[in-house]
Design a protein around this ligand. Structure first.
Ligand code: NAD
Length: 356
């Protein structure tokens, strides 16, 4: 028996996590699922959106499944799960399941991973007023020689890249590419930066990542600027394997890539640190459809698949993923984002039926 902590968060996050947990339980998986207080409700009852008891349960659990953040209380939950827990590697698989609604003419065979550096770059936000920056760094100039004080009133954001941060995510990328290569993928790391413009920050990331990948003669290395990478993800998605991205680029490109493979409703993720991991869909709280019972739970079910793998239940994970794939192939119980009429729960019942 493994213990899982399930935290819905906000909006459709609550709906898809509840439905996924019901599915996992009905499927007879050896899981004890705990749903401790968090978010707005915990703010009211415990005076904190992430009470100490909930943190303790998460730390002790074999798996943690999160729904989605929206407002400040659920953002506080993700802040703890991700940033305060140093979950630096965000693995976002992009895989086409035949029957999913891709806008591409030939989505067959799309199967890669966007690996997003999760702790640095422009996140978590470090912002301020330009006059504060001008006082602190009066001689800071842009590439055309203007000082900060020359701009007048405005705001700034600081992008941070460290050698350690770039190195550990590059090592994670290599380990992931090797595991995928063992399963028949090409064994390639595609690094994405904007080092032609941001030569110090993005340049450091690229340079460190390349040095790490070059230590692995069994892996191929390539690098694209983020604008070119966006185009390539649409035009040549089948050529991708592990796409190593700086934080913001990974956030944006993974939504784009998810859409190419069928939609945000299908995009799962896992956030890994050293001795810590939690799992969540790529999508947010979707206020436009929240409360209607029509959110696509696939992203959360596939996040649970990643969680099961992480917990050492690889056979169960594979069975669940195969059942999801079958529901898409058969196409009878798809949610509205996929052109179907099924509710969140009807989709989950179909997956349960397909588990066989
Ligand atoms: P979103 O991901 O919530 O929704 C974008 C669009 O995709 C919406 O039209 C939505 O209806 C649709 N969509 C998303 N998931 C779906 C699903 N499972 N099934 C069917 N349709 C789905 O992004 P947004 O609208 O830009 O942001 C809403 C809130 O979510 C914001 O507060 C944002 O900050 C937050 N957010 C949180 C996370 C996270 O928790 N990791 C990620 C992205 C956005």
């Amino acid at each position: 028996m493994k213990t899982v902590v399930a935290l819905g968060g906000e909006g459709i996050g609550v709906e898809v996590v509840e439905a996924t947990c019901e599915l996992l339980t009905a499927a007879g998986l050896p899981l004890k699922i705990l749903t401790p207080p968090h978010g707005e409700a915990a703010q009211r009852t415990h005076g904190s959106p992430m009470p100490e008891e909930t943190r303790r349960l998460c730390r002790q659990a074999d798996g943690v499944l999160f729904g989605a953040a929206g407002g400040p209380a659920s953002v506080a939950v993700i802040t703890w799960l991700r940033w305060e827990s140093d979950a630096y590697a965000n693995v976002r698989p992009i895989k086409y399941y035949p029957g999913a609604r891709s806008p591409l003419e030939r989505p067959q065979g799309i199967d890669f991973v966007v690996l997003r550096e999760n702790m640095e770059g422009l996140y978590p936000a470090r912002e301020g007023r330009l006059d504060e920056l001008a006082r602190g760094m009066p001689e800071l100039r842009d590439r055309i020689g203007r000082r900060v004080a020359d701009h007048g009133e405005g705001a700034f954001a600081v992008k941070v890249v460290t050698r350690r941060g770039a190195e550990r995510i590059a090592r994670f990328a290599c380990a992931l590419a090797r595991r995928r290569k063992a399963r028949g993928h090409p064994g390639k790391v595609t690094c994405v930066t904007k080092s032609n413009i941001l030569s110090a920050s993005d340049g450091l990331f690229q340079q460190v990542a390349e040095a790490v990948v070059r230590e692995h003669p069994d892996l191929a290395w390539e690098h694209y600027y983020v604008d070119d990478a966006a185009r390539r993800l649409l035009r040549f998605p089948q050529a991708m394997d592990v796409v190593l991205c700086m934080n913001l680029y990974g956030d944006i490109l993974s939504d784009l890539a998810a859409e190419a493979a069928g939609g945000l409703g299908l995009a799962p993720s896992g956030c890994y640190g050293d001795g810590w991991a939690y799992f969540e869909s790529v999508h947010g709280s979707a206020p436009d459809i929240a409360g209607q019972g029509i959110a696509n739970p696939t992203a959360t079910i596939l996040s649970a698949v990643m969680m099961l793998e992480h917990m050492g239940l690889a056979g169960e994970a594979e069975r669940l993923e195969r059942a999801v794939a079958r529901v898409y192939r058969e196409g009878r119980f798809l949610t509205p984002d996929q052109g179907g009429r099924a509710s969140t729960r009807e989709f989950c019942s179909a997956v349960l039926g397909a588990l066989g």
